[in-house]
Design a protein around this ligand. Structure first.
Ligand code: CTP
Length: 400
């Protein structure tokens, strides 16, 4: 089998320089990359750079090497087309099927998965015209990753930044690995909670847990690569935002609940991967708690936190919604998991055995996914992404 063939479409935005890094990552990981810039992209990065980095010829128009019929062949032979950055203009052309240069022709002839990584000013991204074009492209099965929030060209900040090349590369790798042209979560909105809540005692101390957030982030990344719009509610993870995902940062269980209840009414699936503190200190000391000479410390009185998973499972924010919980157990894993699934009332429960080898923060995981329908899906020890893919397989089965 030859190298996977990737077409890297580059349209005319300042973020074109970041596509050089994406190109390097693709070529260094064994992909044969053909860069197809638009004419305006060449104002930002010249053809010589694209050609030297890809080792392939570069043209913007359909009139070069016409005998090779490039306007048809490049798209036909591709295993993946990724457009990064995708400007508002390129998204509009793609949505409407215009074909006035080599990139837009390639988009019409490609029968492989297509990923768009938009980058533009916030106003252009939020304009109804752009939003409708993005919705059209997603409906047709393209993966459109959400732009990141941050510094834009000049002094502006807001939503519209091209996600980091490493993150776009991860999306490409996953889309290629799945090799599907119809992402099964396209047009779906999923909410994922990740990390661990912190319950403050005073301005400098909190009760927390060891959850790293990696499993939740793997869920968010894989859902985005399968075409979903993803809201990731992150509690104290310190991890970089995954590409194409809306990230809401929270601290405590009460904040996490608010964020979930806000996002859930519009969601097709909610996955509660976060480790939510069951209790919080009854009182918060506005000043730092000091030790007193010769005196024992005051006991910490705890109160119950709301159980978010049980709450949304009992009172579904949207009918037909699939709700997934996580459980970490040390003994009688399956029996305890079954009981928890019933108690919480969710549709799926991912049960992990926690112990010596299976520490928090690791890159790997092993689990059994229990279904309210009595199903049991074991997931062997392996990357957290593999477990995430199984969760989405089971969610997609229930949605479709
Ligand atoms: N969870 C939640 N709200 C809480 C606590 C937990 O939504 N206040 C969710 C977690 O995100 C996870 C699932 O519930 O998806 C399992 O949490 P866990 O703490 O293991 O469940 P408990 O019922 O508290 O069981 P245990 O007594 O074993 O702690």
């Amino acid at each position: 089998m030859g190298k996977p063939k990737v077409v890297l479409g580059v349209s005319g935005g300042i973020a074109a320089y970041k596509a050089c890094e994406l190109l390097r990552r693709l070529t260094e990981s064994g992909h044969d990359v053909r860069v197809v810039p638009t004419a305006s992209a060449l104002h930002f990065v010249g053809a010589a750079t694209w050609s030297a980095l890809s080792g392939n010829p570069v043209s913007t128009e359909v009139w070069d090497d016409v005998h090779e019929v490039p306007h048809v062949r490049i798209g036909q032979h591709a295993d993946l087309v990724v457009v990064a950055p995708a400007t508002a203009d390129t998204l509009a052309k793609a949505a409407h099927g215009l074909a006035d240069d080599l990139l837009t022709n390639t988009l019409l002839t490609a029968r492989c998965p297509v990923v768009f990584a938009p980058a533009m000013h916030t106003e252009m991204w939020e304009h109804p015209a752009t939003q409708e074009n993005v919705a059209t492209l997603r409906r047709r099965g393209a993966v459109v990753v959400e732009p990141a929030v941050g510094r834009l060209t000049g002094v502006d900040t807001g939503k519209g930044r091209l996600p980091e090349p490493a993150e776009i590369f991860e999306v490409c790798r996953r889309v290629l690995a799945r090799g599907v042209t119809e992402p099964d979560l396209a047009g779906r909105h999923v909410v994922v909670s990740a990390g661990g809540t912190r319950e403050p005692l005073d301005p400098v101390r909190f009760l927390g847990n060891r959850s790293s957030g990696k499993q939740g982030y793997a869920l968010a990344r894989t859902a985005a690569a399968r075409g979903a719009r993803v809201t990731l509610i992150a509690a104290n993870t310190g991890l970089p935002d995954p590409a194409g995902v809306d990230v809401v940062q929270v601290g405590t269980a009460v904040q996490l609940r608010e964020a979930v209840l806000k996002a859930a009414p519009d969601a097709d699936a909610v996955v509660m991967a976060a480790a939510v503190a069951d209790f919080r200190p009854a009182a918060y000391a506005a000043g730092k708690i000091k030790k007193k000479d010769g005196q024992d410390p005051d006991p910490i009185v705890l109160v119950r936190n709301p159980d978010i998973l049980a709450e949304i499972s009992a009172d579904r924010p949207r009918s037909g919604q699939v709700i997934v919980g996580f459980a970490a157990e040390t003994d009688d894993v399956l029996a305890n998991g079954r009981k928890k699934l019933e108690r919480k009332g969710c549709d799926l429960l991912v049960v992990n055995e926690v112990g010596e080898r299976k520490t928090f923060g690791s890159e790997e995981n092993e689990a059994v996914v229990l279904g309210a329908d009595g199903s049991e899906t074991p997931v062997p020890y392996g990357p957290k992404e593999a477990l995430a893919e199984t969760v989405w397989d089971l969610v997609a089965l229930r949605l479709n």
